[in-house]
Design a protein around this ligand. Sequence first.
Ligand code: B3K
Ligand code: ZN
Length: 853
Amino acid sequence: PQTIHLKDYAPFPWIVDRVDLTFRLSPTTTRVLARVAYRPNPEAGDGPFFLHGEDLRLISAAIDGTPVAPRITPEGLTCDVPDRAFLWEAEVEIAPESNTALEGLYMSGGIYSTQCEAEGFRKITYYPDRPDVMAPFRVRIESAAPVLLSNGNQTGRGDGWAEWDDPWPKPAYLFALVAGDLVAVRDRFVTRAGREVDLAIWVRPGDEGKCDWALTSLKASMTWDEETYGREYDLDIFNIVAVDDFNAGAMENKGLNIFNSALVLASPETATDRDYERIEAVIAHEYFHNWTGNRVTCRDWFQLCLKEGLTVFRDQQFTSDMRSAPVKRIEDALMMRSRQFREDGGPLAHPVRPEEFVEINNFYTTTVYDKGAEVVSMLKRLIGDNAWRAGCDLYFERHDGQAVTIEDWLRAFADVTGRDLSQFQRWYSQAGTPRLSVTEAWDGETLRLTFVQVTPPTPGQPDKGPQVIPLTMGLLHPDGSELMPSTTIEVTEATQTVDFDGAALCAKQGKPVARPVPSLLRDFSAPVILDRPLTTEDRAFLLAHDTDPFNRWEAGRGLAREVLMARATGTDFDDAAYLDGLRAVLSDPALDPAFKALVLALPSEDDLAQSLFDAGTTPDPAAIHDAAEIQRRRTAEALGDLLAETHAANATPGRYCPDADQAGRRGLANATLSLLSRTDDGARAAAQFAEADNMTQSLAALSALLNIGRGAEELSTFEARWSGDRLVMDKWFALQVMCAAPDKAADVARGLTEHPAFTWKTPNRFRAVIGSLAGNAAGFHHASGAAYTLFADWVLKLDPINPQTAARMSTAFETWRRYDPARQERIRDTIRRIRDTPGLSRDTGEMVERMLG
Ligand code: B3K
Ligand code: ZN
């Protein structure tokens, strides 16, 4: 397979002025007629007239009405064309029903739907399927289906047909079409400029009652983007469609967002607080793409972070504003460390802007998305809020309607601030997580901090230069008061010292001179690993006194990690400081329940494996699992009454509402419930399960029971009640695999694959069973190797029908080099078995090659 390189970028030699598409829909023989107006691109060099096209049956092609005979390959066609403007016409036939890859035009539960990003449009017709070719599209759909949707505004409708016109030039990846038996839940939004927009959420009949939250979230997003970025919506219609078979979470097609139904449908009985929060965030994310992605798009797919990193950053800001900013920051940092650091430290590491790929779908990664968002966040932190807004305004003004690059993006901020951002740009080009080590020296007057930054080698990048690290920090007096509030310093050198006049700071506060205690990397101000030797006492002090909520939580997490790492390696330790810290946090009435829940949660087993590995120890997944289980029991024993009080005080916060306040309280109650189950034999959890009137509490109770090896009866009750609800059943499948004991996980998953409701071609269900197996760390890495085998068998089974999802799944093996020789050998053999399978997809092929590296 061919590797595509960023450095080979060349513009397309023709400009597209207009696209007219007619679809005659049929499950097996859909006809697509394309009429495309091309003219030579004066800014491009010569090149062949090559149109992408895959799995298409060409019926006819003509130029200016004269039939032509193009040369066809598996990737597309070339054709001799005149050296002037011309009209290209082509008719092709496709079979949506047999499109199980869910890319291009496909059918899901009787509904025609599309997914074109990144390169799916080429499965619909012959076209320059690249984001820098932008054009207005007109679409005519002919079908007996009652609902016929495409991008833009509807311009005509009759019996068996509909016409749509999208006036905004767009790349083909934003094209969408939906047809089928759907019903709409409608609302209306008036933009700041007075444009009246019809909002509709289209779902299968029967799901109408689960759309309110998505609509509420959509309106909140539209208002927020006007208020925060001055960005308004630009069509008369905004449609969202929910489909069951979807590879990703959702897709920002212009005016016609298509969503995985799991990220639209919600009711208190069927969706958890988490689901509500995710729906709110993803609805916002896709809506925000209208400006960051659609109006201003990417020149090529190497620039993916231009739209994704920025749009994730925007949806994070939105959630912070709608909910609790400190809690959101902690959750995002958790995500970065558990997923992105793991990717950055393994064989799949790549820069935020990759420089080569075989299959672009393999680069919709946590690095591009989440680290991409962190880079945006650092930029804002470095230049300040006003320059940030001015730079964004300039970016939109300059590049509206264009397909641009990271250089264009950064230039807007360089121009607004006069800053040289060339060193900052390394965040886009250097892979790997920088390690920032800090040492302190105190001479009775001055506190000197010495920073040393190193970014380890990653595949293809042996040497790295120092990055611009915005380090937000404060100083505390040993009596617990604040000496210096949060300040951001810029660490730009490989080694750098910063002095603080500790004596003067103490004097200013009227305090006796004492060595200040630094609180570093507040608010997780940069995606780096902070190497800083802290004692248990230091952590306990920061947990008690830090004024920065992120670092307060971080101190508690540090205590938990210390305890668990010691337990997992059989080292002597004392968990008194950890338990005292928990007690203090739980009893503090001033703290947000959601924050308390975060402090109470232990680091995940995978995180601990990574921490041990980073500390030079080979992690033993079974020992880590046991350590966590033992600690949970210890905590439950030590804090029993306090946990019980906390549970009782928070479990029923009133008539169900998915807001941050109630969700936080339920989250805390459920965190305590899980611990309490260790000592009450599941009594409280069984009671909560029996009484719960919402999915959050029902599922948490079931999970608490499964985690202590009980809950068989509740599982059946749950199944009987919810067998008709596919999204709830996904939870039922996933929970059993996630909560299975390490030695049973593979068997539980295998058993569920034999369940009549295991529809493995639906990605949500596949992920619920097979994906969850990789999420059960001790089960996945059980010494028998049974889970590796089962997992690989299913990846191989899925690969020919849905390569995108299979390739994504295969990344479960990316951490293989962390483990002992026996596990390494097993995993390596498993990856090789996948690699050596005849007919393996390009998608999965690229992933396994990189993992074996
Ligand atoms: N842009 C889509 C992702 C498409 C995935 C293609 N493999 C959703 C999003 O990030 O908003
Ligand atoms: Zn996105």
